[in-house]
Design a protein around this ligand. Structure first.
Ligand code: PMP
Length: 399
């Protein structure tokens, strides 16, 4: 029977594809969602790469309640002193190189990208941007300008001009970064291309090229940050540091929050000529910051990040037992090859029927996404791999 909620969904909510997945959760706890019949589903995507501490963590809920009892909203940007914001900024700065000591809180990843583009234009006085092919930096028009795939961007032109694209992980293409380039945007683990980590040597060469040309290096850690790859930030595997760091997703502890982070020197261009160089009504909302601070403290205290490499190894070895090879990615950011989009669609549906939520990627539609809460345990990992393995066997039997 079609639920009334589904009827309302089809009638009143904007749809983003012709075939919505129509999963209808009613509550969540830990790594699990529950539907109206009480059936449980393991959350292998954390919607997407957000719920690092799992769902409904009591520490995060208590921090939210405490802040709601104090105040929920006021003017949030750069004028009033809001204690959850200041403490969170101090915490985040403590996870980073000394040069990344100034934080602008926003609502989302896309808004962090917009802030970084503006910062780079104004600080360098240049107008060129460089991004990687098959990168995803967000859906707002500035962020969309950094997307090379015409399928997704051409219908929304005119977008920003002066953007050049280079192949990810290809050092020879770094020459596209010139003395005209204001900023280059790179994901340390390319997300929507199917979880592809940058080579250490590539990131080092990228950093050098930016130093040579005076271009700002912007690392988009919106998805790869907050411990997902086994270090607090993915770039910390590679001994380099960006000029601007972007974060969102898991940052908010389940509530909307993003940030662009830079040095005081670079960030100062937003407060002078004109003043109020970037304004946001809700970015850095005190309730989001309270949730974030609680989540960040859990991440640093609970040892979840340190356990990411062994959880990655368990995923790989359990999938191998089902003959599944060629898994891409790093840490709890893994891509499982399926053999093509039609297979991925069937597998996602089969997994859902068996109580596992997964998805494919925007560009790499021939892979399933593994990006669970960092709290996922051994039994849950085994269950996930068994469901994927069984679903693949069923699919192969149909061939
Ligand atoms: N950058 C990356 C690497 C992302 O994965 C995403 C979201 N998938 C974004 C930017 C955009 O973030 P948001 O959806 O919060 O605008």
């Amino acid at each position: 029977m079609v639920s009334w909620q589904r009827t309302l969904f089809k009638k009143y909510l904007a749809q983003t594809s012709g075939e919505p997945m129509m999963f209808e959760p009613v509550r969540a706890a830990g790594c699990w969602f529950y539907d109206a019949d009480g059936k449980k589903y393991l959350d292998l995507i954390s919607g997407i790469s957000v719920s690092a501490a799992g769902h409904g963590h009591p520490g995060i809920k208590a921090a939210i309640r405490d802040q709601i009892d104090r105040y929920m909203h006021t003017m949030v940007y750069g004028e009033f002193v809001l204690s959850r914001q200041t403490e969170l900024a101090e915490f985040i700065a403590g996870t980073l190189d000394d040069s990344l000591n100034n934080i602008y809180f926003v609502n989302s990843g896309s808004e962090a990208v917009e802030g970084a583009i503006k910062l780079a234009y104004k600080y360098t006085g240049r107008k060129g941007l460089v991004a990687c092919k098959r990168a995803y930096h967000g859906s707002s028009t500035g962020a969309l300008s950094l997307m090379d795939d015409p399928y997704y961007s051409s219908g929304y032109k005119p977008l920003l001009g002066g953007v050049d694209f280079m192949e990810f992980n290809k050092e020879a293409d770094l020459k596209k970064i010139t003395h005209e380039t204001a900023a280059v945007f790179v994901e340390p683990v390319q997300g929507e291309a199917g979880y592809l980590p940058a080579e250490k040597s590539y990131l080092k060469a990228l950093r050098n090229r930016c130093n040579e040309t005076g271009c700002l290096l912007v690392l988009d850690e919106i998805q790869s940050g907050m411990g997902r790859t086994g270090k607090f930030w993915a770039h910390q595997h590679c001994d380099i540091s960006p000029d601007i760091l972007l974060t969102a997703k898991a940052l908010g502890g389940g509530l909307p929050l993003g940030a662009f982070i830079s040095s005081k020197k670079i960030m100062s261009v937003l407060s002078d000529n004109p003043i109020l160089g970037h304004i946001t009504t809700f970015g850095g909302n005190p309730v989001s910051c309270a949730a974030s601070l609680a989540c960040m403290e859990l991440l640093s205290r609970e040892g979840w990040i340190e356990k990411v490499p062994e959880k990655e190894a368990l995923f790989r070895s359990e999938l191998l037992k089902w003959g599944i090879e060629g898994v891409s990615g790093k840490g709890l950011m893994l891509g499982v090859p399926t053999g093509g989009f039609e297979h991925s669609k069937t597998l996602v549906q089969k997994c859902l029927q068996k109580g596992l939520i997964t998805d494919w990627f925007l560009y790499e539609t021939g892979k399933l996404r593994i990006s669970p809460p960092l709290t996922i345990d051994v039994e849950e990992i085994r269950f996930a791999c068994k469901v994927i393995g069984q679903s693949m066997e069923e699919l192969n039997a149909l061939k």
